[in-house]
Write a protein that binds this ligand. Structure first.
Ligand code: IDP
Ligand code: MG
Length: 140
């Protein structure tokens, strides 16, 4: 296993319910280190660009509306096998199908407002990290 970095987002449903600290604790307890973090509100243009890979999906427009509906916390998580590890800790996209003890099971509201985003592969992690952070923002 290699030390990796992945892009994580705490989504508007979770910041609205003041869950940033509780979610960060899940990451830290799973051995993931928060090596960069910033709170911001996405513009429509940013949300559309970030989720461009989903542009043809039926949920794309609603997803972009939801992701601009409140503040988010963007963060870089670092650790052994961080991309897969983070996705384990997050759980299934649909909270109704997520395993016990995962973030989405415990905090997610529905398949759209599912509290967290995590990159799905090394290539997408690199692109998504660069979307929000420059190298000097990330301190490992
Ligand atoms: P992931 O976040 O688990 O990687 P993706 O398939 O990449 O799941 O979808 C990106 C995001 O789009 C999801 O986290 C969720 O917020 C939203 N989404 C995915 N599928 C649906 C759906 O069927 N209806 C509404 N929103 C969806
Ligand atoms: Mg995804």
């Amino acid at each position: 296993m290699a030390v990796e970095r992945t892009l994580s987002i705490i989504k508007p449903d979770a910041t609205a319910r003041n869950l940033t600290g509780k979610i960060n604790t899940r990451f830290e307890e799973a051995g993931l280190r928060l090596v960069a973090q910033r709170r911001l509100k996405l513009t429509r243009e940013q949300a559309e660009a970030f989720y461009a890979v989903h542009a043809e999906r039926p949920f794309y427009n609603d997803l972009c509306t939801y992701m601009t509906s409140g503040p988010i916390v963007v963060q870089v998580l670092e650790g052994e096998n961080a991309i897969a590890r983070n996705r384990e800790v997050m759980g299934n996209t649909n909270p109704a199908n997520a395993a016990e003890g995962t973030i989405r099971k415990d905090f997610g509201q529905n398949i759209e407002a599912n509290s967290v985003h995590g990159s799905d592969a090394p290539e997408t992690a690199a692109v998504e990290i660069a979307f929000f952070f420059s190298t000097c923002d990330i301190v490992g």
